[in-house]
Write a protein that binds this ligand. Sequence first.
Ligand SMILES: Cc1ncc(COP(=O)(O)O)c(C=O)c1O
Length: 476
Amino acid sequence: MFDLQALIDQNQSQELALFGRHVNPALAKVLKIIGYDIRYTHGRGAYLFDDQGNRYVDCLGGYAVHNCGRNHPTIRSAIQQAMDLDLPNLIKMGTPRLAGVLAKQLIESVPEDLDTVFFTNSGAEGVETAVKYARAATGRSRIVHCEKAFHGLTMGALSVNGCPEFREGFGPLLEPCTEVPFNDLTALERELIRGDVAGFIVEPIQGKGVNIPADDYLPGVEALCREHGVIFIVDEVQTGFGRTGKMFACEHWGVAPDVMVIAKALSGGYVPVGAVLSKRWIHEKVFNGLDRCVVHSTTFGQNDLAMAAGLATLYVLKEERLVGNAAAMGNLLMTKLGELCDRYELLHEVRGKGLMVALEFGSPKSLKLKMGWSLLHKLDQSLFCQAILIPLLTEHHVLAQVAGHHIDVIKLIPPLVLTIQDVDEIVAALDAVIGACHRFPGPVWEVGKRLSQQAIKRAVKPQGAQSGTVAVTERS
Ligand SMILES: Cc1ncc(COP(=O)(O)O)c(C=O)c1O
């Protein structure tokens, strides 16, 4: 008989070795070097647990998929129910029972006029879809995107990715695509005015670094797109489903995109799923004839388990008022972390919305610390935050990640079920670690030095990191 538990038990001691041998050798090495090679055994809500009985507060949230908390019983039960019903899954030449229901509920939760839904299996696939939609709707080809944008790593999505570190080595990419600075309406107008732009894609809050636009930016983008007949694509893959204290981040600025891409948290952390919501006229331009009714499609789209997970996720978000909790806990977290800014000269800014929070570090004033800061940055631009994150995880059991390449920013994106006690735990942990890095020489600086020496020795070059670094910057 097939026995999953027995398989897990048999292979428990080899987890990292198997992953390192057959899945991602570079990542396995990095995890070992930085002490992240913890054997997690289970997860529940905002916590992860390891085989030593330790509990960790998860401020990474599986790259923001676990908005409802890990292994939520309602979502798990919905998937189990879907399986027990022996549904006629993936008929393809038939109408799936749950896709229409989820589509209707999604449409009810987004800005007006978005009333058609295309289901995908990931965020990047949603971005690919949006790019095709923009081209089909306008008959133009150029896509404009922002510097530091992250929209996924498939070929089309990579072409509108504003981080050169991810693009390097994979060209030539999709053309024509043009990059403009985020938060710069003049630069955007300069491109749109040329009349050849199909779509402009933007994250309402950039995941890389948690960059928040000025209040007039997104309304200005919407107006410019309307004026120049450009499809306004909002990528809510990371910011959606309550992450920023609103159901979708574009609500903060009251904008109404033509196309919205969502994914991540819609899965409840269980089943890959995403969706592209669009205005009907755009949809009709893509599927513009009976012979083209599946001109854009994907085999696993609309599958019952994903639809069930999505429906249960919407239910849980509402029942447990998680969007409001994200706003409240986010405010509390940022207020408390803001107080650390006053005490620690290395911590320059705390910013964010809801539970998408960034801590930005910067050069200190005092001479001694300045020495440590320059030394570490000379060794590697990305090491400082990693040196903070290691003791944060190994000593204080809080999991988080660096928010981008070559920036001194840590990002916190915990599940939205966070409690006041969790907030206190996170703040106390950061207080202790940031406090320690204000002693030079001191343990945090030693960690940084050790990391860079090990990296040089092993010549590790993990994906997404500078040559020789062990600072695994956030991928999403
Ligand atoms: C804003 C944004 N768009 C798109 C993607 C790509 O999503 P996926 O990893 O599911 O392909 C991500 C992933 O992190 C993201 O943060």
